[in-house]
Design a protein around this ligand. Sequence first.
Ligand SMILES: [Zn+2]
Length: 477
Amino acid sequence: MAYIQFLGAAGTVTGSKHLINTSGNFNGQDGFQGRVDCGMFQGPKEWRERNWQDTPVPAHTIDAVILTHAHLDHCGWIPRLVKGGFKGPIYATSATIDLCGIILPDSGHLQEEDANFYNKTQRSKHIPALPLYNLEEAEACLQYFQPVEIGETKQLSPEISFRFVRAAHILGSCMVEIVLKTNGQTRRMLFTGDIGRVRDVNVAPGKVVHSGPQEGETADVLVMESTYGNRVHPDEDPRPALAATIRKTVERGGSIIVPAFAVERTQKFIFMMKELMESGQIPRIPVFADSPMAIKAVEIYLKHTEEYSEEAKRLINQYGSPLHWGGLTFASTAAESKKINDSHYPSIIISSSGMVTGGRIQHHLAQRLPDPRNTVIFIGFQAPGTRGATIKSGAPEVKIYGEIVPIRAQIAAFEQFSDHADPPELLQWLHTFQNKPRVTYLVHGEPAASSQLRDTMTKDLGWNVQVAQWMQKVEVN
Ligand SMILES: [Zn+2]
């Protein structure tokens, strides 16, 4: 009998990777072996260290990878798998492939930089410190990607096929429906990847991609994310309060600094700034998108018009390409980034990384956190232990580049920008299912989030729901 093994994103929100084996026994490697997602562990060290472990089955015996979307916690381990001997196809939508083309090399580059930093400062107990993979290795894995259209059925072996359906999480994101036919029996597995929000433009405005996850699904085994299993998104429109925060900051001569991931969140935010300026709700001040990936990410967004939400279509029709907006500057090079640092008039600076764990945002915050005229606006989840979480918590100071930086700037946070459905939205989507899955495994959540969602689903739907454990093998029967 086929089995699924949870190799990551079980007990945590990162490192998504699930093995599917159709070999007929728990130890056999003779059937089809595929992986849904191949993500990197991020965050606490106990999880990050698992990036260095080999997979339980050798990389060269894996036949294919099916990728739900381009976030690093879903795709960031692919170069490592290829380095380990994997040479099969990596199936993804063409938008996901385009995004991986910038995200994976950037990840390789950052890991090389980190390793160099640790070697220079001798702060690692591993001597020499090594990158998980380098830029060249990240680029080398791109040749294995193969585009699959949404809705197209792809046969993987005589007994197993899959198709992508929309997840509405980020550009190109999909769920994976897998059909397994053995001994005259058909079983359906649905791997959700990350699930986007059920649409309401006033509650979750600025969404670039298609509205809502695919409805009316059928599954015998459901493997579902649970990131927001114990939190409900605020349901008021964030724009009036956001506009007021920006106006007040500009009135006192300060700047607005926004830590945001370069892909999706930055695009969403610049569209919102444009609309608030055009409608006169905030003053026309310079906006800087400071990330080496920002321009490339915008170009990819502009190419994939098939992915747009109605709201994104309307904004592009009305305002044209962000690459040609007056007042919006994309900084790709280090020199362009430095110029922003030198500006002393009110501006809006959007830079990565979104949780202030690295990247150019560190320079901007080191320079502007000590000034009470400025405001830092958080528009994304800040994982415990990150610098972003420290700043957001109201701490009096934070360490950046080894220096203590006093925090005197104002701090604001908006939770409405999330790209993950919350429990009421998940239930709304689950109620559209055509059947009751035999079993649901919850993945991609902190233990408290997953177990609360399990209880909510059991109570509301009467389904058999279990929280997946790291390395657990479960039969598909
Ligand atoms: Zn994601």
